[in-house]
Design a protein around this ligand. Structure first.
Ligand SMILES: O=C(O)CCC(=O)C(=O)O
Length: 249
């Protein structure tokens, strides 16, 4: 992370890293994500508060579906940035792929990630890896810069969005991205995204990462592979247990 990127992240709660992956790598990951989607059949991760006939395909923990994503999770281009933001130790919380289909790709209501997996030290970040171009018309991510400094905000509805009056998506800052770009942001940053009204899919992988010393305030949002150390070490002194003896070991 350059000093400028650091300063920008601290001030705004996000940073877009252009060209983290080459266009060829992005195209390869894109094809793999679409292959996973084709194989698993139709899914829809559209949030409860979204009105209209839109859809978004998804899958979680995709390192269990294609080894390219197992390698990607420890790719140093990704983990170096994560270490610069979180600290020397970086732990996987979960990952999810999204395909916003052409013309009717669901939006994400503006929200903080905090209510889904609240943590004591707020070390959690997201990295959204873009595997095709995500201009505004494809429903790119939009943010309210600096909102990561506000702490947890009141969340509404079963999908925990923030107030649509205080944080309308129309007034948010769009972050258009190119294939290969990576967007890193704090889990308290208010963010969301618009409808994909273009004639191409928007394909991304979102990886949620934390400091292993951080503590979940509630045990929820578990995932396969959660707890894997992607960089550094787990500093906790834990007794050895087989996984079947102690899930949290
Ligand atoms: O991919 C997007 O547009 C945003 C996804 C998101 O905010 C989430 O899954 O929490």
């Amino acid at each position: 992370m350059t000093p400028e990127q650091r300063e920008f992240y601290d001030e705004n709660g996000y940073v877009l890293v252009p060209g983290m992956f080459s266009p060829e790598e992005a195209a390869d990951y894109r094809a793999r994500i679409h292959a996973i989607a084709d194989k698993q059949g139709e899914t829809d991760a559209t949030w409860a508060s979204v009105s209209g006939d839109t859809k978004i395909q998804h899958s979680h923990d995709i390192q269990f579906k294609d080894a390219a994503f197992t390698r990607l999770l420890t790719d140093q281009r990704l983990t170096d940035m994560a270490q610069d933001i979180i600290g020397p130790n970086v732990q996987l919380h979960h990952n999810k792929m999204f395909i916003k289909p052409p013309e009717k790709g669901s939006p994400f209501p503006m929200h903080q990630d905090f209510p889904y997996f609240p943590h004591r030290d707020h070390s959690m970040i997201a990295a959204i890896l873009h595997f095709d171009d995500a201009p505004v018309e494809k429903g790119c991510v939009c943010v309210y810069p600096g909102t990561h400094k506000l702490g947890p905000l009141p969340a509404e509805g079963s999908d925990h969005h923030v107030s649509t009056e205080l944080y309308p998506i129309e007034r948010a800052t769009p972050i258009p991205a190119k294939a290969g770009d990576a967007l890193f942001f704090h889990y308290l940053l208010v963010h969301g995204s618009g409808v994909n009204v273009s004639d191409e899919a928007r394909t991304t992988l979102l990886i949620q990462l934390r400091d292993p010393a951080d503590q979940p305030l509630e045990e929820r949002h578990s995932s396969r592979g959660q707890g894997m150390i992607l960089a550094g070490v787990d500093p906790g002194r834990k007794a050895f247990n087989f996984a079947w003896q102690d899930k949290a070991a």
